[in-house]
Design a protein around this ligand. Structure first.
Ligand code: KE4
Length: 438
C-alpha cells in the first residue's frame, strides 16, 4: 500500500477553497465535505477497479464506491463501451425507449414483488414517490420510519434521519414544515414493541411502515430475527403497507435484494444506486393493484424529465446483467475476511469496536457494545473514528468519511486489497489507541 504524502496545501485543498466559493460547503452532497472526520476532502480525478486517484495523482483503495452503486468497481471496460455505443444514438429523448422495457423486465425478474416498476433519477425521488402511492392507496397520511434510517432528503424523511443528516448532527432538518414532520412517526429499529406503540397511538392513520430491511445509514445494522416478519404482520393486521427502502440493499445483499435474502415480501419497494450502474437511477415498484394507481394509468402523479433515459438504462442493464452467484460468493468471502482481519487488528491494538456486516456491507463502530439500533450507534466515539479514518487515508485507504455510513466492497476488490487494508488498519487502530492515551 503506497504511503501517501501529507495532504495539506495540495491541489485538493486549493480546489476545496475554490469550490466553497461556488457551492454550499464546496460539495454537492454534505457527507463528502469531511466535516465529521476533519481535514480536506480529496478531489477525485479518476477511478479504476477498486481504486480512485485524487487530483495530485495519489491512489486510494476505495470503500465508498460512490456510496454503493459500483458493485462491479470503477469504470469497468464493458460498461464504458456500452455507454459509448449508447451515446452515439443520443443521450435522452423524453420519449419511451426499448431500453426502459428491458430494464423494467430485468428488475421484475430479480425482484418478483415489483410487479410494475417506475424509474426515477434518484433514490430520494423513488422513496418520496412510493409513499405517495401508499398514501393514495390507503387514504391515510401518517408514515412510520425508524430513527437512524435515511430515505433521501424529501421533507417527510428528514425526521431523525441517518446518513449525512446524523453525521452533521441535524437528524431533523430546519425548513421542514411542521405539518410534514407531524406525519412522520418514528420507531426504534429492531424494536417491534416501539412499532406497536406508535401504531396504537396512530390507530387507523398509518399509510405505510417504511424501513431499510438492512439498515445502512446509521452504519450497518442488520435486522434481528423476526423484526421484518413482525413488521409484515403489523401491516397485515392494520392495513398499512410495508415499504422496503432497498436503495442500498437492493442487488447488494443478494441478486434479489434483502427481501429475497431474508424472505419477507413488502408491498412496495424503492431502489437506487446499483440499479444505475453509477449513473443517476432510482426506481419504485410493487403490487400491480398499487402501481396501476400511478399516472398515466391512475391518478397518482409522478414524473421526471430524465427518468429512464437511455444512458442510465444502458448502465443499469450492464450492471444487473453481471450480477451472478460467483460475484456474491466473492463478496461474501472478501467481506468475511475483511471483518475478521479488522476485528483482530482492533483487538491487537486494544481498541474496543463493534463490527456489523451483511455480505459486502460493513461498519466498524468505535464502541464496546453491540449496535442494534440508532441509540446504540450514537454511543460510538466519532472522534476515534475520525482518527482511524485519517490514519487509513494517509496509508491510501479511502473509507466513508462518517461513522454512520457503510463500507462497500466490489467485485473489483481482491484478496490482496483486503490484506493491505488489514495491514493499514493495524497501524490505524494503534493511532486510535495512542490518541486515546493522549
Ligand atoms: P439518493 O437520493 O441519494 O440517490 O438516495 C437516497 C437514499 C435513499 N434510501 C437509502 C437507504 C439511502 O441510503 C439513500 C442515500 N444514501 C446516501 C449514503 N448513505 C447517499 C450518499 C449521500 O447522501 O451523499
Amino acid at each position: 500500500m503506497p504511503r501517501t504524502r501529507s495532504t495539506e496545501n495540495d491541489r485538493s485543498a486549493r480546489l476545496f477553497a475554490r469550490a466553497r466559493q461556488a457551492m454550499p460547503g464546496g460539495v454537492n452532497s454534505p457527507v463528502r465535505a469531511f466535516k465529521a472526520v476533519g481535514g480536506t476532502p480529496r478531489f477525485i480525478r479518476s477511478g479504476k477497479g477498486a481504486y480512485v486517484k485524487d487530483e495530485d495523482g495519489r491512489r486510494y483503495l476505495d470503500y465508498v464506491m460512490s456510496w454503493g452503486p459500483l458493485i462491479h468497481g470503477h469504470a469497468p471496460k464493458g460498461l464504458l463501451t456500452a455507454l459509448a455505443d449508447a451515446a452515439r444514438h443520443g443521450t435522452s429523448f423524453g420519449a419511451p425507449t426499448r431500453l426502459e422495457i428491458e430494464m423494467a423486465e430485468a428488475v421484475r425478474a430479480r425482484v418478483p414483488s415489483m410487479q410494475l416498476v417506475r424509474f426515477t433519477s434518484s433514490g430520494t425521488e423513488a422513496a418520496m414517490s412510493v409513499l405517495r402511492v401508499a398514501r393514495a392507496a390507503t387514504g391515510r397520511d401518517a408514515v412510520v420510519k425508524f430513527a437512524g434510517c435515511y430515505h433521501g432528503h424529501a421533507d417527510g424523511f428528514l425526521v431523525e434521519a441517518g446518513s449525512g443528516a446524523v453525521t452533521l448532527g441535524v437528524p431533523t432538518s430546519p425548513g421542514i414544515p411542521q405539518a410534514a414532520a407531524a406525519l412522520t412517526l418514528t420507531a426504534r429499529y429492531n424494536d417491534l414493541a416501539s412499532v406497536e406503540d406508535v401504531v396504537r397511538r396512530a390507530r387507523g392513520q398509518i399509510a405505510a411502515i417504511l424501513v431499510e430491511p438492512i439498515a445502512g445509514n446509521m452504519g450497518v445494522v442488520p435486522p434481528m430475527p423476526g423484526f421484518l416478519e413482525g413488521l409484515r404482520a403489523i401491516c397485515d393486521r392494520t392495513g398499512a403497507l410495508l415499504v422496503f427502502d432497498e436503495v442500498i440493499s437492493g442487488f447488494r445483499a443478494s441478486a434479489g435484494g434483502a427481501q429475497h435474502l431474508l424472505g419477507v415480501t413488502p408491498d412496495l419497494t424503492c431502489l437506487g444506486k446499483i440499479i444505475g450502474g453509477g449513473l443517476p437511477v432510482g426506481a419504485y415498484g410493487g403490487r400491480e393493484d398499487l402501481m396501476r394507481m400511478v399516472a398515466p394509468d391512475g391518478p397518482v402523479y409522478q414524473a421526471g424529465t430524465l427518468s429512464g433515459n437511455p444512458m442510465a438504462m444502458t448502465a443499469g442493464l450492464w450492471a444487473l446483467s453481471r450480477l451472478d452467484d460467483k460475484l456474491y460468493a466473492k463478496l461474501e468471502r472478501l467481506g468475511s475476511m475483511l471483518a475478521e482481519g479488522l476485528s483482530d487488528a482492533a483487538q491487537r491494538a486494544d481498541v474496543a469496536i463493534s463490527l456489523n456486516r451483511v455480505g459486502s456491507l460493513l461498519t466498524v463502530f468505535f464502541t464496546d457494545r453491540p449496535v442494534m439500533n440508532y441509540d446504540d450507534a450514537k454511543l460510538s466515539d466519532t472522534k476515534a473514528y475520525g482518527t482511524f479514518f485519517q490514519a487509513m487515508l494517509a496509508q491510501g485507504v479511502y473509507l466513508p468519511p462518517s461513522q454512520f455510513e457503510a463500507w462497500f466492497l466490489s467485485g473489483a476488490h481482491t484478496r490482496g486489497d483486503v490484506d493491505d487494508t488489514i495491514r493499514a488498519a493495524r497501524k490505524a487502530f494503534k493511532a486510535v489507541a495512542r490518541a486515546a492515551r493522549g
